[in-house]
Design a protein around this ligand. Sequence first.
Ligand code: BES
Ligand code: ZN
Ligand code: ZN
Length: 501
Amino acid sequence: MTIMNILGEKMDLFAAKADVLVLPVFGGEAGAVDAVIARLPEGIRKSAARSIKANEFAGKPGEYVAIDVHDSPYHHVIIIGLGSMTEATLESAREMIGGAIACTRRLGGRSLAVEIPVSDDGDVADVAEAMVVAAQLADYAFDTYKEKNGKKRMKEMTLVIREGRDVLRVRKAVERGCAIAGGVTVARDLVNMPAQVMTPSALAEAAERIVKEAGKNFSLKVLNREECEALGMGAYLAVGLGSEEPVKFLHLTYTPERSSKKRLAVIGKGVTFDSGGLSLKPGDGMMTMKCDMAGAAAVLGLFTVLGQLQPRCEVHGIVAAVENMPSGKAIRPGDIVKASNGKTIEILNTDAEGRLTLADALTYAKKLEPTAMIDLATLTGACLVALGEEITGLMSNNDELAQSVIDAAEDAGEKMWRMPLEKRYKSLIESDIADLRNIPTNRYGGSLTAGLFLEEFVDNLPWVHLDIAGPAFAEKPMASYLGKGGTGHGVRTLVELVERM
Ligand code: BES
Ligand code: ZN
Ligand code: ZN
């Protein structure tokens, strides 16, 4: 994607050079809208007042008016609502900029200048960063396969700081925002790429590119089937038996310049296509299953950002990449496999493959003796039933780590909700003839029993499991700034978390 030129400049919005000028307004208070009209150049004040009245614009979220301007360097002024100042959050600024960019595009503009709106208790740098991330995500399009590249991308966005605000801090925030958005974009592209190209080998190549680009503090180990066999990864390898595509186990490492007390392992589910295997999914259920490597994509997105931000914390990224296909060589319902921690698993449904790959990935991660582990996985359809399409299910054996992930997600603008690892439900994944069964004996609470299954491979290490089955892939737009397809969900939260560790 073309990186938009985002400048932090202390200047008057109406002196900015752009096709469209954007004036965000906190609504709700008497006089707020009049105050905005008063700030407009003389020549458009009357027509602006007329449009505002005609549209009953009051500065609510999602409301805007676009004013045509003649004889000036810009051709439109957009006045756009943020909602009341007391209720506005960083998400209001993200939604606002997503709306402003959509509107600019409709008006035929390719550049915009926008004022950074700051509430009384807000911080200009935080708002700027949120706006930059959202603007870059709003400008995203996956049009690699279109004859005519579909969406007109923005050329430039200029951020305007109002009186007395810190230009240098905003410049830093802009840089950070661009880095984060770059990582999310990498993740979105990986998810959107069809499974016919985004194979386990292609994921390994992407990891190689990212690590190379990130520089000297980064390394990558790629294990093939034989090497994984030697480590006893019977659960993971069973999933790959039906596919023609060779498995690739990825281990990325970031070692910060100064040695760190914290060591984070981030494990991403990397099933490049989930047909269900012999427990084949119905056609409809398979349509979005190229997204079953979204956890892996988030890990690679995170590493892209780490390369730019070089935080203090040591980070390991682990992906057991594999394709889940049916064939004469595929694993069968009823087969029993042994994971690398010695536990045996009765596979009763080959479509519950994610937990099999994660069993060995978590065991591998544990051996690195991390201070915390986080896995991200499009693990269960049940999570969509429980929390809907936009919210991640979070499960954890550690309250403190769980809370720090929830806080990071909140600030980063990703929705997560904690669900319990209920001990009594463990009986549902007990097998008569092996240590565990890969599907529970009833269909209730399917996300929780999947979480409990993973916990068997974690021991007592602080660990958070993120079931991202809902928000990883948007079948309809998830925000004004986040369109259909791969969302890169998780990258923003992980960056926030790593920086706080
Ligand atoms: N990859 C799917 C889960 C999924 C479903 C992700 C929809 C995103 C959207 C996973 O491998 C799966 O098939 N899970 C089964 C588990 C069941 C067989 C216990 C499911 O959720 O139906
Ligand atoms: Zn599956
Ligand atoms: Zn799956």
